[in-house]
Design a protein around this ligand. Structure first.
Ligand code: GDP
Ligand code: IMO
Ligand code: MG
Length: 423
């Protein structure tokens, strides 16, 4: 049985959580494949808004198994908070939440290292969520990390101590004057590890292999977005994992030839939170309107998101890198009321017009070239059928489908589960 992937095509926060929740009814297993609590995936239904960071977005459904894959990094403290939130809603998650033994642990000192590294960078900082993501993946690839499976071994605290001591020396090296009380942080950490250990740890690659043999349906859930990918994103202003389709293979142990559909999610405009280049960024009333109507504040850090027009050069790149088979356009409702919409279809780069994403997209290197389209004024938020969509929106969709050579199969018109139009 095939596996489908769902991932973000821009700089994150495209609405992955919402769509995974909408699609979960069609799947037996939802599996997160990379990232960690830097992610904030928002789901809304029955008038309640939930934000998940590490737990897959299928958790609110009765039957689906939710698996945290080996490519994910887990902070027990944040994980415990997520579980506390589920407890508050009397959700019985124990039977349907599984964790890969090969997932890596974020230690309190990884978070401090993240803060020290950012402070040392000064103006050149990445704008990290400061959840310890970079340092944890560095320990993973440096072969020093502690994994979920290690928690089942008797000597893991000895290994923990050795690694934390090394981290303390590294924190001193940064000389960033970060104040912290490690004893207090460790007390909270060890308490949270106890809670984590009440969950089921599995050899997830074998579990997924068997599930495929039994014909189970699997949806792999990505975090962040393609332009934050460690290899293909706007390096160094990226996260530390592969957010693109290949990350689902390494982050779950799924073979490339088992992947069928790749669902690529994008906003009808563009946002970015944190530092780094953003060619179509707006600093005017239009950008402010997107931020206000779209309520563009980070789900993890609460930071305002930078807003701009849709960038088809970047989007096309993401479609290619991921092999997207179906597109899903989010937040179409936010563009209602704009008389004219702009879509970036090319860049002016070193005096030439180009349509591919070049190595360097700093503002001094690229100037976006826009195509203008007529906007629509109708409020979309109450619409539930494709036949209700205004002509100008259909024209916008048709233009994007032609440029991206990929069908748009879902148009999202509001944050709620029900505000989802299938085409
Ligand atoms: P994710 O990280 O990709 O899961 O996305 P986030 O949850 O960080 O950010 C998406 C935000 O947009 C959340 O606040 C969602 O509730 C909201 N959202 C999702 N789809 C829509 C939509 O179609 N319209 C509007 N107005 N909001 C949406
Ligand atoms: P979801 O899954 C948007 C950004 C940070 C920063 C850079 C590196 O909700 O789409 P990190 O904490 O990974 O060291 O930060 O990546 N970033 C995100 N931006 N959505 C996310 O996740 C993000 N996760 C990380 O703002 O610029
Ligand atoms: Mg988010």
């Amino acid at each position: 049985m095939a596996v489908n992937l769902l991932l973000g095509l821009q700089w994150g926060d495209e609405g992955k959580g919402k769509i995974v929740d909408v699609l979960t009814k069609d799947y037996n297993i939802i599996a997160r494949f990379q990232g960690g609590p830097n992610a904030g995936h928002t789901l809304e239904f029955d008038g309640i808004k939930h934000v998940l960071h590490t737990i897959p977005s299928g958790i609110f459904h009765d039957k689906a198994i939710n698996l945290v894959g080996n490519g994910v990094v887990i902070d027990p403290v944040i994980f415990k908070k997520e579980l506390d939130n589920l407890n508050q809603f009397n959700l019985d998650y124990k039977s349907k939440l599984l964790i890969s033994r090969k997932a890596h642990l974020i230690l309190p000192t990884h978070r401090i290292l993240d803060a020290a590294s950012e402070a040392a960078k000064g103006k050149a900082k990445i704008g990290s969520t400061l959840k310890g993501i970079g340092p944890t993946y560095m320990d993973k690839t440096g072969r020093n990390g502690i994994r979920i499976g290690d928690l089942e071994l008797s000597d893991w605290k000895t290994r923990y101590r050795a690694l934390a001591n090394k981290h303390e020396a590294m924190i001193d090296f940064y000389d960033a004057k970060i104040e912290y009380d490690l004893e207090e942080l460790e007390a909270e950490f060890f308490e949270a590890v106890k809670v984590l250990k009440t969950l089921t740890f599995i050899d997830s690659e074998e579990y997924l292999h068997q599930a495929q043999r039994e014909g189970k349906t699997i949806l792999a859930e990505g975090a962040q977005g393609s332009l934050l990918d460690i290899d293909f994103g706007t390096y160094p202003f990226v996260t530390s994992s592969n957010t693109t389709a290949a990350g689902a293979c390494t982050g779950l142990g799924i073979a490339p030839n088992k992947i069928k559909d790749v669902f690529g999610i994008f906003k009808a405009y563009t946002t970015r939170v944190g530092s780094g280049p953003f060619p179509t960024e707006l600093f005017d009333n239009d950008g402010e309107t997107m931020a206000r109507v779209g309520n563009e504040f980070g789900a993890t850090t609460g930071r305002p998101r930078r807003c701009g027009w849709l960038d088809l050069v970047a989007l096309k790149y993401a479609v290619h890198v991921n092999g997207v088979t179906k597109l899903m356009m989010m937040k179409g409702d936010v563009l209602s009321g704009f008389k004219t919409l702009k879509v970036c279809t090319a860049y002016e780069y070193q005096g030439k017009k180009i349509t591919h994403l070049p190595y360097n997209i700093e503002p001094e290197n690229v100037t976006p070239i826009y195509t203008e389209m007529k906007g629509w004024s109708e409020d979309l938020t109450g619409m539930s059928d494709a036949s209700e969509l205004p002509k100008e929106l259909n024209d916008y969709i048709a233009f994007l489908e032609k440029e991206l050579e990929t069908p748009i199969t879902i148009v999202s018109v509001g944050p709620d589960r029900t505000q989802t139009i299938h085409r």
